[in-house]
Write a protein that binds this ligand. Structure first.
Ligand SMILES: [Cu+2]
Length: 188
């Protein structure tokens, strides 16, 4: 049981990025249908008239995608962009009025925001546990070594009051939208 808890702690430190789906109304005259998105985001085109259309990447586009020519009000085509770059595309039927560019940018700030540099001080601690990181602090949970949660909540400041904890060994799990980091500390 204890081993399982430690294993979970280790895996819970892996980060997860937020992903977004962007919608484009795909109809004659929709061009230029341009968007700037983050790597990992999805663009979803929805056919908003009854005419046949396609969503087709053009030569030179960073990624290749093609819905084929399909028709039907409400038809959807989605593509998840995984590479930083520029993607020119068009409708192969109405290339003069249905076209656009999807610009895909590297996700900024994750490296600085993933809590990888989170540090605690002092450790051992008696009253106030300070949290030092270049990332954004959003919430925390404190667990005993047997996995019992004894404290936690939103983090609006870069410290946690631990004077109420009994003496012993604890883990603090600090989270933000990009992930979680868990560090052991000693309360004395
Ligand atoms: Cu079209």
């Amino acid at each position: 049981m204890k081993n399982l808890f430690f294993t979970l702690l280790i895996f819970s430190t892996l980060s997860i990025s937020a992903q977004t789906t962007h919608d484009i109304s795909w109809t004659t005259g929709a061009g230029p249908a341009d968007l700037t998105i983050d790597v990992g985001d999805t663009v979803r085109w929805t056919w908003d008239d009854a005419l046949p259309h396609s969503v087709t990447s053009l030569p030179g586009s960073t990624e290749t995608f093609d819905s084929g020519i399909i028709s039907g009000m409400g038809t959807q085509f989605s593509h998840t962009f995984t590479m930083e770059g520029t993607n020119d595309y068009q409708c192969d039927v109405h290339s003069g009025s249905m076209f656009g560019t999807i610009t895909v940018e590297a996700v900024l700030g994750v490296a600085d925001n993933n809590l990888a540099d989170l540090a605690l001080y002092p450790n051992p601690v008696s009253d106030v546990l300070n949290l030092s990181t270049s990332g954004t602090l959003e919430s925390y949970d404190i667990y005993t070594i047997t996995g019992q949660r004894v404290d936690g909540g939103a983090l609006s400041q870069s410290f946690v009051q631990v004077s109420n904890l009994s003496r012993g060994l604890y883990f603090i799990e600090v989270s933000n939208e990009f992930g979680t980091k868990t560090i052991k500390f000693v309360k004395r």
